[in-house]
Design a protein around this ligand. Structure first.
Ligand code: C2O
Ligand code: CU
Length: 549
């Protein structure tokens, strides 16, 4: 593949949205940030210069980075932060990914302003597995906060409070003309009648799923998470934080202007509150001579925030291509089986000498705590005392997870830096189980770094080990890097641990990540240089404690 060089300059800049101006950290003065465009198999060096006020890292979401955890990015997992006035050059190695992915900051909540799309074109000799589109467009969905969200979050985390809610959603940085002071700046996409476009969707939204639709236009989903899927013809898609989607749209409607709109799908508060004011819009605008109507038409099929079924129906339809050119290879000799509960619960924290309950999230009742030296360096250099290798394969107790009968010992999670070791090429099955601890349940978009996994099954209620595996799909399961664990349900995934390194896995709701809904796989080397973690780059951002100086 080709080699590309890019400069990412992180700097504070002023942005005006919703009638107010604020300064926030962005890359190369733009929000969303620059697009990385490559062909399958290329390598990109991104030199990140931090001219901001605090340390941070950048993650290349969905790029498998074979043997190269060093450039994966999550703070205190594979590196320490790039401090202000310093820089770090990431080496992003593309291998089998094709389609749309994205990059984002992986420190605090900075990803709300530091993110952008990654476009991976097919090799010229192979092309797309569908008719070559006439054009392309990228839509990045984001969350807008009027205040300094990092500051607010850090205070909330310290005191155990709920984290801030966004004030609007954005499409390519703009809330759209249904929001105050946003008329002039609404994002517009111009299309030519009769042409078919490849629409690349990225959800950089922080804490909720969204529904997206275009008035009077059909959507054909052809890719997700950087791999192709069997075409799904639909009028609405549901997209979780962290997910990316490739969608074909044909401009076949009467010349005019049409709203492209998104609205949150809130699996937690169904039936409680009206979120309809939080519609975000952009405008699809036909080129040509016509008198546009006063207001573009709105996609009246866009489900409401409390509408469960369109999300379920959409998720059920995702299948991989599974053909000769895009074969699948689902692991069948499972040697590691894990059953992992994802919960919102509590921890006890010491607040000025007093023990108080704080909000927390956990996997198998363990709330992840970041170390001060990154896990990768500690593993690679055999530094002890940074993490323990005892992440459990099962929850501490079994009960009816999705009912409101949580035993007391599960409502408090245990804090720790517990990783799970995997042997090279081990075949892993994980069943994620949603819970209703403290009477709170919701979807969780579960993401694994360094891999894509096959989603072989999902369902509602408590996973039944006798009957549910009978329904597993081994024919055409989708291959994703981020899967939506449905509210009060389960999802089963499989992958082969063929990528040695240190890989974070977590819920992609930012508040759950910061409350500890994450853990780490350390995949051991395979015994030859070609199956081992690469040499570290010559310069790594130093960690603040003495081990690494
Ligand atoms: Cu999109 Cu851990 O990341
Ligand atoms: Cu979650």
């Amino acid at each position: 593949g080709k080699v590309h060089y890019r400069e990412f300059v992180l700097k504070e800049a002023n942005f005006t949205r919703l009638c107010e101006t604020k300064s926030m950290l962005v890359v190369n003065d733009s929000f969303p940030g620059p697009v990385i465009r490559v062909t399958k198999g290329d390598t990109v060096y991104v030199n990140v210069q931090n001219q901001g006020n605090y340390g941070l890292t950048i993650h290349w979401h969905g790029v498998h980075q074979p043997r190269n955890s060093w450039s994966d990015g999550p703070e205190y997992i594979t590196q320490c932060p790039i401090e202000p006035k310093s820089n770090f050059t990431y080496e992003i190695i593309f291998s089998d990914e094709e389609g749309t992915l994205w990059w984002h900051a992986h420190s605090d909540w900075t990803r709300h302003s530091v993110h952008g799309a990654i476009v991976i074109l097919p090799k010229e000799e192979t092309g797309y597995p569908f008719l070559q589109p006439d054009g392309e467009e990228i839509l990045v969905f984001g969350s807008w906060y009027k205040g300094d969200v990092n500051k607010e979050v850090n205070e909330d985390l310290e005191t155990g409070n709920v984290t801030p809610q966004s004030n609007a959603y954005t499409i390519n940085g703009q809330p759209g003309d249904l929001c105050p002071c946003s008329n002039e700046s609404t994002y517009r996409w111009q299309v030519e009648h009769g042409k078919t476009y490849l629409l690349r969707l990225v959800s950089a939204v922080m804490n909720v799923e969204i529904y997206f639709a275009i008035a009077q236009h059909n959507l054909t989903v052809v890719g997700m998470s950087g791999s192709y899927v069997k075409p799904i013809l639909t009028d609405v898609v549901m997209i979780s934080p962290g997910q990316t989607m490739d969608v074909l749209v044909t401009a076949n409607q009467p010349l005019g202007r049409y709203y492209m709109a998104a609205r949150q799908y809130d699996s937690i508060r169904q039936g409680v509150k009206n979120y309809d004011k939080e519609n975000v819009t952009a405008i699809l605008e036909y080129k040509g001579n016509y008198t546009p109507s006063v207001s573009p038409s709105f996609p009246n099929n866009l489900p409401t925030y409390a509408d469960f079924n369109p999300a379920i129906e959409f998720m059920k339809r995702i299948r991989s291509l599974a053909n000769k050119d895009h074969p699948i290879n689902v692991p069948q000799n499972i040697t590691t089986r894990m059953y992992v509960t994802a919960s919102e619960n509590n921890v006890l924290v010491d607040l000025g000498g007093e023990n108080v309950t704080a909000l927390a999230s956990s996997l198998n009742n363990i709330s992840w705590v970041n170390p001060t030296t990154d896990v990768l360096l500690a593993y690679y250099r055999n530094i002890s005392g940074i993490y323990t290798a005892d992440f459990p394969d099962n929850p501490p107790s079994f009960f009816n997870f999705t009912e409101d009968d949580s035993p007391d010992d599960t409502t408090l999670s245990v804090q720790g830096t517990k990783v799970r070791m995997l042997n090279y090429n081990e075949e892993v099955e994980i069943v994620f189980q949603g819970t209703n601890l403290l009477d709170v349940s919701m979807d969780h978009p579960m993401h694994l770094h360094g891999y894509s996994f096959y989603v072989i099954g999902s369902g509602y209620g408590v996973f039944d080990i006798e009957t549910d595996p009978k329904g597993y799909n081994f024919d055409d399961p989708p291959k994703l890097n981020t899967v939506t664990l449905p509210k009060n349900g389960w999802v089963a995934i499989r992958f082969k641990a063929s990528n040695p390194g240190v890989w974070l896995w977590h819920c992609h709701y930012e508040r759950h990540l910061s409350w500890g809904m994450s853990s780490v796989f350390i995949v051991k080397n395979g015994g030859t240089p070609e199956t081992s973690i690469r040499e570290p780059p010559p310069y790594l951002p130093p960690c603040k404690d003495s081990f690494t100086s």
